[in-house]
Design a protein around this ligand. Structure first.
Ligand code: NAP
Length: 670
């Protein structure tokens, strides 16, 4: 095949890099697959294009509109996934590895799209937490909000997952309304470029939203400002070099670092040979060593077992690894492909040599000659003195390599896991809830994600090594101190949190959500007769009042079976520290509230879908009256057929004391 010429996508144009191009070899044959280079690009102009064209266009869109774009991008990738699978093999990956990268990447975009439509408002400001009252009279309040950064997200990606690594960063960035410049790792850039091209050709993004650098980043870092974010995945050495760039330090440029990590897995003290957890542990360690030829930032590098079970672990692991078939992943029956490049294999061999100074190789031959390509056998090392072998906790072999080691008790295992000085993922295989509790408290501070696996979750578990879009990915210390994804948390990384202080009505208008203390205008039309487009935030229905009688309480108690003492036994109720006598049921009050505010005829309100944040604040006694104020708190159109309205409901007694408050959710016609 004629080598591909990778192009840059700069200032909304595909451009060929000038000057010396770098040849990128196939991991399988060593033949040149593509050439790449970014010579001649004007990096400052690229940043300006993103800031002046892409950013403003993205910020005009609502979260929901951006979420729809993500879905369209994911659909475009899925529709052309076979083109990507065809390019995947020469990165050394099997079809299964490619599935994680390509369909896992599209799945991540789908997930962010869905989160965006379900959990974010159909607006442009993200509200963070509840309103904070700041004054006695309620006329001055505080509210935290997020608004999109007005700069550029510079994404620098690692070579191991060229598609997923790009998309897991783009999902939250674009959802936040921030344009991105993507710089893939050179070693597998042809696959990243193909996926990027599919997204551009899908033509769903505004101009300037995405740009691509197929080579070095030149002087790009020199032109960053406090509105930009560098989101980096790669080695600790490069991260440190970039993080200490004077502009990044001087301008406080946000820097998210996902670095290397000596992830560990612990076989629980209870999980000896013969238990389901033992088998799961062995299977998972072997899987983590061989998926993507061990080139996963989350892969298990250190496997710990009770000293008395270490021999059994070694034997079982060696037997599993012996079944791995290494070779050209296009061939039937091959279960592990090659490392991404000869350079990569060299650095793994060097790491193994370093580890072998204080641990011994018990399975696999690091020097086995495969002829062409960058293949490497899975290597299992064993250290019987884990506290006397610093290298096993410090040196990351970024390939199919792991070290097994013994521990004395769970505290010792936790201390060994923490000795990695910060990791992305830690797992424990146990069926013992006490061990799991000690594990979480003892190790949580050192690890970004912790997985407790046992027989009950074995079938459905996503395993030790899979970062998920809805959970945070990242870890403290050595892992870089960064955090990515985690659903809406990941979106906030590309936004600025600001504390707003003002009058409730002013803030409500600014954020598009009614706040306690803001105006409650009323009108002649019942709000249930209005479609979402006709409903103004703050519009309020004030109902008539009704008296709640003892007969109502009796009837409700016997009708529902809820004869709790507080409603039925006057003496006992009086004896409680809360009530002055028999009280109306909370659920009766809610039911009467619905009876007061509902407009029954079929209309724009399709269904009641939920009720949140319910608080009963003042007891309602037989003979008391109640009335309701129903206020449009926020509204959000989902599609052409429906949307959600959130109503703030307040129930008052005849003394205007608040009896109960809650948010009512309804599905409405738009
Ligand atoms: P690397 O050499 O640090 O490269 C990472 C990225 O940085 C590549 O895109 C690289 O581009 C770029 N880069 C290198 N020097 C640069 C510079 N001076 N300015 C701007 N960009 C620069 O990392 P690697 O060895 O390829 O990747 C493997 C490492 O990544 C492993 O240690 C692994 O643990 C880590 N990793 C971590 C995660 C995570 O989520 N925490 C995920 C995957 C991998 P070029 O390729 O063009 O040099």
């Amino acid at each position: 095949m004629k080598p591909l010429k990778l192009l840059n996508f700069a200032e909304s144009q595909w451009v060929q890099g000038q000057g010396n191009l770098v040849d990128l070899p196939s991991a399988l044959t060593g033949e040149t697959i593509a050439s790449t280079g970014s010579g001649g690009l004007d990096f400052k102009a690229m940043l300006d294009h993103a800031r002046k064209v892409g950013g403003p266009a993205l910020r005009k869109l609502t979260f929901h509109e951006r979420a729809h774009m993500l879905k369209a991008l994911a659909n475009a990738i899925m529709a052309r996934k076979e083109e990507l699978y065809a390019l995947n093999y020469d990165t050394g990956a099997t079809r299964n590895d490619g599935w994680i990268d390509i369909e896992g990447g599209a799945g991540t975009l789908f997930s962010f799209s869905s989160k965006g439509r379900r959990e974010l408002p159909n607006g442009r400001v993200l509200i963070d937490g509840a309103m904070e009252p700041l004054s006695r009279g309620g006329t001055f309040v505080g509210q935290h909000v997020f608004t999109p950064l007005q700069g550029v997200a510079v994404h620098i990606n690692a070579f191991n997952f060229p598609v997923w690594g790009m998309l897991e960063k783009l999902g939250p960035t674009l959802l936040a309304g921030v344009p991105a410049i993507v710089k893939p790792a050179s070693a597998t850039a042809w696959l990243a470029e193909a996926a990027f091209r599919i997204m551009i050709e899908a033509d769903v993004l505004p101009p300037g939203a995405l740009q691509f650098i197929a080579g070095s980043t030149g002087d790009l870092m020199d032109h960053l400002t406090c509105q930009d974010v560098v989101s980096f995945t790669g080695s600790a050495a490069t991260a440190m070099k970039l993080q200490s760039h004077p502009v990044i330090a001087r301008e406080s440029v946000r820097f998210i670092a996902e670095r290397d990590s000596l992830n560990a897995s612990i076989l629980g003290p209870d999980a000896g040979p013969g238990t389901p957890e033992f088998d799961l542990f062995v299977k998972e360690v072997a899987r983590e060593m061989t998926v993507k030829a061990g080139q996963k930032c989350t892969a298990i590098r250190r496997a710990m077992a009770p000293a008395e079970h270490l021999d059994a672990v070694q034997a079982a692991l060696a037997a599993r690894l012996a079944k791995v078939t290494i070779g050209d992943p296009r061939e039937e029956g091959v279960t592990m492909g090659a490392l991404a490049s000869i350079d990569q294999r060299n650095s793994v061999r060097e790491a193994v040599a370093e580890l072998a100074k204080s641990a011994r190789i018990v399975a696999g031959d690091p020097d086995r000659d495969f002829g062409t390509g960058s293949f490497l056998e899975p290597i299992l090392l064993r250290s019987d003195d884990p506290w006397g072998s610093p290298a096993i906790h410090d040196v990351e072999p970024f390939g199919p390599v792991a070290t097994i080691m013994p521990y004395r008790d769970l505290d010792d295992a936790i201390a060994l896991a923490n000795r990695g000085m910060g990791s992305l993922a830690l797992s424990l295989f146990t069926y013992d809830t006490d061990a799991a509790r000690d594990f979480v408290l003892g190790a949580g501070a050192y690890h970004g994600r912790m997985v407790i696996l046992d027989r009950t979750s074995a079938k459905e578990s996503t395993g030790h090594g899979s970062p998920l879009p809805v959970l945070v990915h990242g870890g403290p210390g050595r892992a870089g101190g960064g955090e990515e994804m985690g659903g809406v948390r990941g979106v906030a990384h590309y936004m600025q949190r600001t504390a707003l202080q003002s009058a409730p009505e002013m803030l409500a208008k600014v954020i598009g959500q009614w706040l306690p203390g803001a105006d409650k205008p009323t009108g002649d039309t019942h709000p249930f007769r209005l479609r979402i487009a006709e409903l103004d935030v703050g519009y309020t229905l004030k109902t008539a009042s009704r008296t709640v009688t003892l007969e109502d309480v009796e009837h409700f108690a016997h009708f529902t079976g809820d004869t709790f003492y507080a409603h039925m036994d006057d003496e006992a109720a009086k004896a409680s520290p809360i009530f002055e006598g028999r009280v109306a049921h909370g659920y009766l009050i809610l039911s009467f509230a619905a009876g007061l505010f509902v407009e029954p005829a079929p209309g724009p309100v399709l269904a009641n879908t939920g009720l949140e944040n319910l608080r009963f604040q003042t007891p309602l006694y037989p003979g008391d009256a109640m009335r309701v104020e129903l206020t449009v708190k926020s509204k959000s159109v989902r599609d052409e057929e429906k949307g959600e309205v959130r109503w703030a409901v307040a129930i008052y007694n005849q003394k205007d004391e608040v009896v109960a408050t809650y948010d009512l959710l309804t599905m409405n016609r738009p």
